[in-house]
Design a protein around this ligand. Structure first.
Ligand code: ZN
Length: 283
């Protein structure tokens, strides 16, 4: 099943995809749907409501304001290598705030403060059941579904200090969605093709089985630190092909367009616009 959060004249609404239509569910967003109880998927699958043509959908992030957004840095060998960095011994974790998230097809405002805006297609994992001290074997029981994250990064801000946060959590900079896809539809995302293009040119292409730390390992690891709660989002790292280490380095500027896709999860289409234009945060 594919669920999403769309913007309507009445505000945000959770929807379930049914072919070329979206069925409106009695929740403001997918976060509310997931939090409504462990049988949320079964109830959503059978719920009926108003229908919106898919072509008219204005996607917000599936969970507009998660309690937590964790990101894993350097989780693909080829990406660590292209940055001249060793394969890490432990997951490199950093965070984003909810205000950084935008919808799958929203415009990306290029901040005037950064001259090095870069792309990172990633598999996103959404937590469905609270996870504290869970083993790797148990971890998948805590997943609501999978989505696409473009961990857009302001490299000049990211690399000013040893902490990545400043370059990773700019306002309205991280496309998420369009859908949250339940694990049964994509075999827990064990081996999905993943690709990002800029202006029609493929920059990143890999499969999710190339991760250094698997989704199970990452969930178990984070749950040792803090409780993951329903709606929390984990961006699981990006493969090689980012613009910062290209020769010459290449960055996003107003007028650039990006397409991100992951097999079975859909695709994102992002237009880069000057900071003065474009979408604000979804919520
Ligand atoms: Zn990333």
């Amino acid at each position: 099943m594919q669920v999403a959060t769309i913007r309507t004249e009445a505000g945000l609404r959770a929807v379930r995809r049914d072919g070329n239509e979206l069925v409106v569910l009695p929740f403001d967003h997918v976060g509310g749907l997931i939090a409504s109880g462990e049988d949320w998927a079964a109830r959503a699958a059978h719920a009926d409501g108003a229908r919106v043509p898919l072509a008219d959908a204005d996607f917000a992030p599936p969970i507009p304001m998660p309690e937590k957004v964790f990101c894993v840095g350097l989780n693909y060998r080829d990406h660590a290598a292209e940055g001249g960095l060793p394969v890490p011994e432990y997951p490199t974790l950093f965070a984003k705030y909810g205000r950084s998230l935008i919808g799958a097809n929203d415009d990306l405002r290029i901040p005037g403060a950064s001259k090095q805006v870069d792309w990172e297609v990633e598999l996103g994992v959404v937590i469905g059941r609270a996870a504290r001290h869970v083993s790797e074997e148990e971890a998948e029981d805590h997943i609501a579904g999978y989505t696409i994250v473009n961990d857009v990064s302001m490299r000049d801000w990211q690399l000013r200090t040893s902490q990545f946060l400043a370059g990773k959590t700019f306002e309205a900079s991280t496309p998420v969605g369009p859908y949250l896809v339940t694990p049964d539809e994509v075999d827990h995302a064990h081996s999905l093709a993943m690709e990002l293009s800029v202006d029609g040119q493929v920059k990143q292409r890999t499969t999710t089985d190339q991760m250094i730390f698997s989704v199970r390992q990452v969930i178990s690891y984070i749950s040792t630190i803090i409780t993951l709660v329903p709606g929390d989002l984990i961006a699981t790292g990006t493969p090689a092909g980012v613009g910062h280490v290209a020769s010459p380095p290449t960055y996003l500027t107003p007028g650039s367009t990006m397409t991100c896709s992951i097999e079975g999860l859909g695709s994102q289409h992002t237009r880069c616009v000057p900071a003065s234009e474009g979408a604000t945060v979804a919520a």
